[in-house]
Design a protein around this ligand. Structure first.
Ligand SMILES: Cc1cc2nc3c(=O)[nH]c(=O)nc-3n(C[C@H](O)[C@H](O)[C@H](O)COP(=O)(O)O)c2cc1C
Length: 198
C-alpha cells in the first residue's frame, strides 16, 4: 500500500497535526506491513500561489504549451501524479485563523485541474481522483468539533467539500483539538489518535 503524507504545519517536530498524522501512519503500517510512505512537506517546500502564468498554462492543451508553460505546469503535474499513485492520503492540517494553512490551500489549488482531477459532465462536475482512503489530522488551539466554536470551523467542512469534489469521498477526520486550552491539551493528541480505526 502506498501512503502519501502531506505536512502543512510550520511547527516542525512540535506540530500536533504532523504528530497525529504520524500516529495514523504508524497504525496503517502496522495493519499493512510493507506499506511505503511518500512525504510532501508543504511547509519546507511550499508551492507558489496561483499566478497568471500557471492559469494560462493549465488552460492550454499540453501539446500547444510553450517551454515556459511546460515549466509552469511541472509542479502541478508532479503533485497530481504523486496523489494518483497513492492508495491512502494522510493530510496534516494545522488550524490557522479559522481555516487551513495557506500552503495546504495552494497544494489544493494546483491539484484541482479540469480533465485531470475533475471534469464537467452533463450531470455536473465529476471527481476523477477515486478509490482513495483519506485521513485528515486537524490540530487546533480551540475546540471546533462541538460547542460554540463549531460554526467557526472553516477547515473540516471545506476539506470535505474540495476532497469530495475531486472524487475523494471516503474521508476520516481526526482532531487534536484544544491544544491551547489547559483542560484539553494533555490528552488532545491521544484522543485524536484513539478516534481513528484503520
Ligand atoms: C498563525 C496561527 C493561527 C492560528 N489560528 C487559530 C485559530 O483560528 N483557532 C484556533 O483554535 N487555534 C489557532 N491557532 C493555534 C493552532 O491551531 C495550534 O497551534 C495547532 O496546534 C496548529 O497545528 P500544528 O501544531 O500542527 O502546527 C493558530 C496558530 C497559529 C500559529
Amino acid at each position: 500500500m502506498q501512503i502519501l503524507q502531506i505536512i502543512a504545519s510550520a511547527q516542525g517536530a512540535n506540530s500536533y497535526s504532523t504528530r497525529l498524522s504520524q500516529g495514523i501512519i504508524d497504525k496503517l503500517r502496522a495493519a499493512h506491513p510493507g506499506s511505503t510512505v511518500v512525504v510532501r512537506n508543504l511547509a519546507t517546500h511550499p508551492l507558489p500561489y496561483l499566478e497568471e502564468a500557471h492559469l494560462q498554462a493549465y488552460f492550454t492543451p499540453a501539446e500547444g504549451r510553450s517551454p515556459a508553460q511546460q515549466q509552469a505546469v511541472r509542479h502541478s503535474d508532479e503533485i497530481i501524479a504523486e496523489l494518483l499513485a497513492a492508495d491512502v492520503l494522510v493530510i496534516g492540517s494545522p488550524f490557522y485563523n479559522f481555516t487551513i494553512a495557506a500552503s495546504l490551500k495552494s497544494w489544493l489549488d494546483h491539484l484541482t485541474r479540469a480533465n485531470l482531477t475533475f471534469r464537467y459532465t452533463e450531470a455536473g462536475p465529476e471527481g476523477l481522483v477515486t478509490g482513495k482512503k483519506v485521513y485528515v489530522a486537524i490540530a487546533s488551539g480551540g475546540v471546533y468539533s462541538q460547542g460554540p466554536a463549531q460554526a467557526s470551523d472553516f477547515a473540516a467542512p471545506y476539506l470535505r467539500q474540495i476532497l469530495g469534489f475531486l472524487g475523494m469521498t471516503d474521508v476520516t477526520i481526526a482532531r487534536a483539538e484544544g491544544v491551547k486550552l489547559p483542560e484539553f491539551q494533555p490528552t488532545a493528541l491521544q484522543k485524536g489518535l484513539a478516534s481513528v480505526a484503520v
